[in-house]
Write a protein that binds this ligand. Structure first.
Ligand code: ATP
Length: 676
C-alpha cells in the first residue's frame, strides 16, 4: 500500500474549496513524481492529489485524470494532438519572445523541449500578470487545439499554444524554475510542452493512475465517515475499478458514475455495453505444439484458424433496443440507408473504422438474425477473393483506403471471420466460458459466403491432430492456429490482457522465437552503393509501457525492396527530428548513432533468427542486469503494421520473456545465445 499518507495535509495549500483546481497544483504533484522511480511512492503522490481534488473540487476529477494520462479523451473519440516538434519550438519561441534559432540551439544543448520551454519562461519578463492556469482550462485549451483542422490550422494551433504558454508559471508555486536542478521543478511550461509531445515521462502508467484513483475514492469515502480505510477495502476498491475499466474503458462514463454512486456500486452502473469499445484479449506466442499441450494438459481446449487480417470489434444495437443504450447514440453510427439500427466497427486501438468498412456495415442486416437485438462481436476482417472463394493475405487488405471510402470505391472485398462475442441481447458475456460464448455466437448470426463466417475450429487433442489442423489452416491461407481454453472460469474473456489462456501457433515461426515482432522506427542511416538516394538501414525499438520509453532493439537493412525503400524515404523524411527524443532509450556511443532521428510513428513487423544480448541496444536492459539490452539477430523486414500505434509495439517485457524461453531451450541443447 501507499507509503505516504495524505494525513489531512493537502499537497497544495493555496487552493480553496470550490475553486477550479490550479494547474500549478497538478504540476507540483508531477514534479514530486518525477523525482522518484518507486512505484508505491508515485501512486501515493497521485492518490494524495486526487483526494484533494475530491475534497475541494470534485468536478475537476475527470480533466485531472485525463491530464495525468496524457489523454484528452477516450481513444474512440479519435482526438489526437498530432503536434510535431517544429510547431512546438515555434510556439515556445513566439510565446517567450526568443528567436527560433535560440530555441533550436537550446534544444540541441538540453535535449528536452519541456526544459527549453521552462528556461524560456524563466528568462521572460512579465509586463502584466495573466490569470493562472487551471486544470480544466488547460484541458479545454488542449482539446480545442486537437480539434483544429484544415487550412491555416497550424498557425491557429501555434497561437493557441502561445496563449496557454503565456499564462504558464505565473503562480508562486511554479515561479522558481531552475532547469539545472530537480529536472526543472514544477514548471507548468515544461509539463504543457511534454503533454503536447505526447509523453509526460513520469513513469505514470495507466495502471498506476487507476490504482491511485481507486485509493483516493475509497479513502475519501471513508474520510467522510471519519474513518481510515483498511488495506482490504483499498485492495477491493482497486480490483473493482480495474474490472470495471477493463470492460468499459471510458473515464467519461466511469468518473461521473463514481462521484454519484461511489466505488462499490460501480459495476452496477458501469457495465460493458455497445458503444464503448474495449481493448481486445491478446494471445501469447508459442514455439511448438508440445508447448501448447504442456500448457493445456488435462483441460479442454479448442484450436481455431488464425486469420491474417485486421482485428475488428463490431458493435450493434437494433432500432427497437436503442432506448436501452442512450450512450451508444454518440459513438455508433446511424445510417438508415445501409443498415437498420446503430453500429460501428472499432480497431484493436478503439479507433472508429466504420468509414473504412462501409461495405461491412451495408451488409450487416443480412447476417444478423432477427432475434439478435444488440451485440459486441470480436472478429477479424480479412481480404477475400470472390472468384476463387478464398482469403487473401494481410498486405492485400492494407491496400484499402483508411477513411471515407464509398462502397462503390471498394476494390478489396473483405469477409468478417467471427471468433468471439462479448455482449449479446442486453447482457455482457465476458464471464461466461468460451464454449457458452461460442454457442451464443452461432445462435446470433447467419453466415453468408464471402461476407460473414465463423472462425473454423477443431477440437484436436493430441500432437498429430493439432499438426493436421495447423497444416489445414495454412492450406486455407491462414497464419496458423489460435489455441484457446474452452471450459471453466479460465476460458472467460480477458479484455486488454495478453493471456496464457489464448496461445498463438504461427506456422512460419515455429523454428524461430515463436513470433514476429512489431517495432517502432526511431532512426535511419543513409544508404550506400545502390541505396544512396534512400535510407539504407534503420534503428528500431520496442516499447516499455512501465517507463513509457522506446528502447532500441536492432538495426535493420534486410528484407526491403527498392520500392519499399523509396516509399519509406518519402514518409520518414517528413518526420525527421533534430535529435533523439528524451523518451528514447539508446546507446550514447558515437558509433552507434543513426544519421537521422524520427518522431515515433511507424510500426514494422520484423522477423528474427533469435535473440541475443548486446551492449549496443537497450531493450529490457534493466531486466537483463543493466549492462546489455536484448537484440535481434539477423532481423528481416516483413511488412508495415498500419493497424498498430507506436505504443502497441511489442513490449520489452514480451521480448525478455521470449529471450528467457530461448535460453531454457538453449540449456536443453538446441538453441543459441550469448553476447554479440
Ligand atoms: P497481437 O494481437 O498478439 O498483439 P498481432 O496483432 O501481431 O499481435 P498476432 O500475433 O498475429 O497479431 O495474433 C493475434 C491476432 O490474431 C489477433 O489480435 C487477431 O487479430 C488475429 N486472429 C485471427 N484469427 C483469430 C482467432 N481465431 N482468434 C483470435 N484472434 C485471431
Amino acid at each position: 500500500q501507499a507509503t505516504i499518507k495524505s494525513s489531512g495535509k493537502d499537497p497544495y495549500p493555496d487552493w480553496k474549496a470550490g475553486e477550479p483546481a490550479p494547474y500549478a497544483a497538478l504540476c507540483t504533484t508531477f514534479s514530486l513524481i518525477e523525482l522518484t522511480t518507486k512505484r508505491l511512492q508515485i501512486t501515493a503522490y497521485c492518490s494524495a492529489f486526487l483526494q484533494q481534488v475530491l475534497r475541494l473540487t470534485p468536478q475537476d476529477l475527470l480533466p485531472t485524470i485525463q491530464l495525468m494520462l496524457n489523454k484528452l479523451a477516450a481513444d474512440y473519440a479519435g482526438i489526437e494532438l498530432g503536434i510535431g516538434e517544429s510547431l512546438i519550438m515555434k510556439a515556445i519561441g513566439e510565446s517567450s519572445g526568443r528567436s527560433l534559432s535560440v530555441i533550436k540551439a537550446d534544444h540541441q544543448k538540453i535535449g528536452d523541449l519541456g526544459l527549453v520551454a521552462a528556461k524560456s519562461k524563466s528568462k521572460q519578463g512579465q509586463m502584466f500578470k495573466p490569470k493562472a492556469l487551471t486544470v480544466r482550462g488547460v484541458h479545454q485549451g488542449l482539446l480545442d487545439i486537437a480539434k483544429m483542422e484544415g487550412h491555416g490550422s497550424q498557425d491557429q494551433k501555434v497561437r493557441a499554444i502561445n496563449k496557454l504558454m503565456a499564462s504558464a508559471d505565473v503562480s508562486s508555486a511554479s515561479k522558481q524554475v531552475d532547469i539545472t536542478k530537480d529536472k526543472g521543478g514544477p514548471s507548468e511550461a515544461k509539463f504543457l510542452v511534454r503533454f503536447l509531445e505526447g509523453k509526460l515521462r513520469l513513469g505514470l502508467a495507466e495502471k498506476t493512475v487507476i490504482i491511485a484513483l481507486a485509493q483516493a475514492v475509497v479513502t475519501h469515502e471513508a474520510a467522510k465517515k471519519g474513518k481510515v480505510p483498511s488495506t482490504d477495502q483499498l485492495a477491493k476498491g482497486e480490483a473493482q475499478l480495474k474490472t470495471v475499466y477493463s470492460e468499459l474503458p471510458s473515464y467519461e462514463v466511469i468518473v461521473p458514475a463514481m462521484l454519484e454512486h461511489g466505488i462499490s456500486n460501480l459495476h452496477e452502473s458501469c457495465k460493458l455495453q455497445p458503444g464503448v469499445p474495449l481493448k481486445p484479449m491478446l494471445a501469447k506466442p508459442t514455439k511448438s505444439i508440445t508447448e501448447v499441450l504442456d500448457r493445456f494438459e488435462g483441460k479442454n481446449f479448442t484450436c481455431e484458424y488464425k486469420y491474417d487480417g485486421e482485428r475488428a470489434q463490431i458493435h450493434y444495437v437494433a432500432p427497437e433496443a436503442m432506448a436501452d443504450f442512450p450512450a451508444a447514440k454518440n459513438t455508433l453510427t446511424k445510417d438508415a440507408k445501409s443498415f437498420k439500427g446503430l453500429a460501428a466497427i472499432f480497431s484493436r486501438n478503439s479507433e472508429d473504422l466504420s468509414k473504412k468498412y462501409p461495405d461491412i456495415l451495408e451488409k450487416l442486416n443480412t447476417w444478423i438474425k432477427p432475434s439478435t437485438k444488440s451485440f459486441v462481436l470480436d472478429c477479424e476482417t480479412v481480404a477475400w477473393d470472390p472468384q476463387n472463394k478464398k482469403v487473401l493475405p494481410f498486405q492485400q487488405l492494407m491496400t484499402r483506403k483508411r477513411k471515407d471510402v464509398k462502397t462503390s470505391e471498394v476494390t478489396v472485398k473483405v469477409c468478417v471471420f467471427a471468433f468471439d462475442m462479448l455482449f449479446y441481447n442486453g447482457e455482457p458475456l465476458v464471464k461466461k466460458t468460451l464454449r457458452e460464448r461460442r454457442e451464443l455466437l452461432h445462435e446470433a448470426f447467419e453466415p453468408t459466403e464471402g461476407e460473414f463466417a465463423f472462425a473454423q475450429h477443431g477440437d484436436a487433442m493430441d500432437i498429430e491432430e493439432i499438426q493436421h489442423l495447423l497444416d489445414d489452416s495454412v492450406k486455407a491461407s491462414c497464419e496458423g492456429l489460435m489455441v484457446k481454453m474452452l471450459d471453466t472460469e479460465e476460458s472467460g474473456y480477458e479484455p486488454s490482457k495478453r493471456s496464457r489462456n489464448w496461445l498463438k501457433v504461427k506456422k512460419d515461426y515455429l523454428s524461430g522465437i515463436g513470433d514476429s515482432l512489431d517495432l517502432v522506427v526511431l532512426g535511419a542511416y543513409h544508404g550506400k552503393g545502390k541505396r544512396t538516394s534512400w535510407f539504407g538501414a534503420f534503428l528500431l525499438a520496442a516499447y516499455n509501457p512501465e517507463t513509457q520509453m522506446f528502447e532500441t532493439v536492432c538495426n535493420i537493412g534486410t528484407g526491403f525492396s527498392e520500392a519499399v525503400l523509396e516509399e519509406f524515404h518519402k514518409d520518414l523524411s517528413d518526420i525527421i527530428i533534430e535529435r533523439a527524443k528524451p523518451f528514447y532509450s539508446h546507446s550514447t556511443t558515437k558509433n552507434d548513432q543513426p544519421d537521422v532521428w524520427f518522431e515515433p510513428r511507424y510500426v514494422w513487423e520484423v522477423k528474427t533468427a533469435d535473440l541475443t544480448l548486446s551492449p549496443r541496444y537497450r531493450a529490457a536492459i534493466d531486466e537483463m542486469g543493466g549492462k546489455n539490452g536484448i537484440s535481434l539477430r539477423f532481423p528481416r523486414y516483413i511488412q508495415k503494421r498500419e493497424d498498430k500505434k507506436p505504443e502497441d509495439a511489442t513490449t520489452t517485457k514480451a521480448i525478455a520473456e521470449m529471450y528467457r524461453k530461448q535460453q531454457v531451450v538453449a540449456k536443453d541443447g538446441h538453441g543459441k545465445g550469448g553476447v554479440d
